[in-house]
Design a protein. Sequence first.
Length: 292
Amino acid sequence: MNGEKIMKKKTIGCFLALFLLPVAVSAVFAQDENPNGFPSGHHFNLNIIGKKAEFVCPAQEYDPITGAPVYGNVVFVPESGDGIQLFMQSGSTKGKAAAFTELKAVDPCAGFDGDGATVQLPPNPAGYRVYARALAKPTSDPTMKITPSLISAEDENGNDLVYLGLVTDSGFLRSDETLVRTKGKSKAVNVTPLFQWSGDVCYFAPLEGADNVESQKCVLDADGDGIYEGIMDPLLDDSNTPYCSEPGYTLITTYCTTYEEEWIFNIADFVTYLWSLNNDGTKLVQVRFYPN
């Protein structure tokens, strides 16, 4: 990534409980817009709830019969604060993304327990249309600003892929969105551009059905397990021959594909994407994902 080492993301393993809210669905795909601004049709709900600073994250709940963790569709964030992290994870329909069949908040607390919240979204090759609105009783027109960024894109073996944004600094069609809760009825807005990404992604094998452009990269596989702990661009010597300047790095050929306004979770087998939230008093934000 232009000379910078891409470090493997830390796995977020904090599984906490949450209050379950129902996911409203219907048998048809989203078509008509309702008075509240949301389209009608099948969708997944995500509820972002603002809490006071003294809020204590609930303990993880488990199914009394199977013993499996029980997840819902709610995340809790500070009612006031900047840089609140909400991670979203999904990917293609193969590999570890294939098991996702419903939206679930596997870590529902952001900012109260020292890390961000994590939500997993079912993979859908056609992508989603995404709408959001601020709710709850308005006081002084509270706002929530959303800024998206691409945290990691992995292949099916867990290797981080190389990516480079083209449209904005982070590659997204829209670089941010601010939701405002004013008096009266709150109407949802289309925030799908926050999930539409343009840029180059470099894979370690040619991507089937894509225009693969070869590119040299330096990779580090310290323990020989085939998972690269580091990836960087090579340097050029006096004869314009690429070489790796860091000890332990090996020069390999990668295959790059250029995406234009692609659904962010389609660019790799598994993607972690971040909403950085600046919350100024917003108590509830509803987000709905409508499969295309």
